[in-house]
Design a protein around this ligand. Structure first.
Ligand code: 3EB
Length: 372
């Protein structure tokens, strides 16, 4: 399959480029496979294999920061109202995604940093960038061109599955899914449930194999794309389940025709804990309908249980850094929510976003990255 490297893409807008090293992009032109790994430095042409010490490097950059934008980026994710700028300079990363949510404050841009040489390109609808150990990729399909949410999810996940099967970064660690109006539709026709059906169809047999951690969140205004992006590794992570919750892939029929394919968290090879969107669910039931603050308490208990579970698998010291995203259905309670989150996570970097959660009665969801 021909490789479309970055140079074949439409030219970028003429803005100052804070990661303006064209060399990593050019490297893609000579790659024979879409995601052939860059040499790891163990000798030219020598494949040193995955490096378990290789760090996942992710951070939030807030508007007005005085730090310059890093040059070695895999991807930049922005959240809507904020322009993806750092230090007044547009962030240029090989993969960029704007999820079109509504930030409830000055939202940062989320930067996924590379270690060493980067290769980037596209393969059909998949845009990707990788270093020697990790790959970040994205696919955005306009639902109007793909026959609705179920067909779009199926098409996206067919493309993802095909890409991943041929990839040297065979292990999806963390996936994000953003779609419009996630709760529209009654019963099994609810758009989230239809998304789950399409995702499972697209994944095929893989829907029953390993599960990455994930988020599935709804936008509160219509923009039409189904956006899926993900982090994959050359080495597998460890899927962590929450003892307080039924695994999502074992949810009973009452929650939809197809159970969702995700794990509660991934413990990556470097010790980074990638925590899925976590809601006020105990067992498989939603708890505290109509009570945002009680839902928040339940979520905090679920997050604590997950961290405890990770410690069973691996000595897990206090994270050096915590990145949180808090999705809030009803922004009116923002001050109380923010205060309680800061109490529990005094030094975390937190983004608050207005968004809809996958069940109507769920008013909040929190995802997190704990850096070792
Ligand atoms: C839940 O626990 C809440 O379908 O990929 C959270 C994270 C949720 C990921 C997904 C759904 C997904 O069931 C919803």
């Amino acid at each position: 399959m021909p490789l479309n490297d970055c140079e074949n893409r439409p030219p970028r807008p003429a803005v100052a480029d804070c990661s303006a090293d064209p060399a990593p992009h050019r490297a893609a032109a000579s790659a024979s496979r879409p995601v052939a790994a860059a040499p790891c430095g163990a000798g030219i042409g020598t494949d040193a294999g995955p490096d378990a010490r290789a760090r996942i490097r992710v951070e939030y950059r807030w508007p007005g920061t005085s730090e310059p934008c890093p040059r070695d980026l895999l991807a930049a994710v922005s959240f809507g109202a904020s322009a993806a700028t750092v230090h007044g300079v547009a962030v240029q990363a090989p993969v960029t995604v704007d999820v079109h949510l509504t930030p409830l404050h000055d939202a940062p841009v989320e930067l996924w940093l590379a270690s060493g040489p980067v290769r980037a390109g596209s393969d059909g609808p998949v845009r990707y960038a990788h270093d020697a150990n990790f790959l970040f990729a994205a696919i955005e399909l306009d639902e109007r061109e793909h026959g609705g949410v179920r067909a779009s999810a199926e098409a996206a996940y067919v493309a993802i599955q095909r890409f991943q099967e041929r990839s040297d970064f065979a292990h999806p660690l963390r996936m994000w899914n953003y779609l419009d109006a996630i709760n529209d539709g009654a019963g099994d026709l609810e758009r989230y449930r239809q998304f789950c059906v399409g995702r499972a169809r697209g994944l095929g047999a893989a829907a029953h194999q390993r599960h990455p951690a994930a988020t599935a969140i709804g936008r509160q205004h219509g923009t039409h794309p189904l956006q899926v992006f993900w982090l994959a590794g050359r080495a597998p992570g460890l899927a962590i389940e929450n003892p307080r919750q039924v695994s999502a892939y074992h949810y009973p029929r009452a929650h939809g025709p197809v159970s969702p394919s995700f794990s509660r968290a991934t413990l990556a090879p470097d010790g980074t804990m990638l925590i899925s969107g976590t809601a006020s669910i105990v067992g498989h039931d939603s708890r505290h309908h109509d009570d945002t603050m009680e839902q928040l308490e339940e979520i905090l208990r679920n997050l604590a249980a997950l961290a405890q579970q990770a410690r069973v698998h691996r000595a897990f010291a206090r994270p050096s850094r915590e990145l949180l995203k808090v999705y809030v259905r009803e922004p009116a309670l923002m001050p109380q929510i923010a205060q309680r989150v800061r109490e529990e996570y005094p030094s975390a970097h937190v983004v608050f976003l207005a968004a809809d959660v996958c069940r109507r009665e769920l008013l909040l969801e929190i995802e997190a990255v704990y850096c070792p």
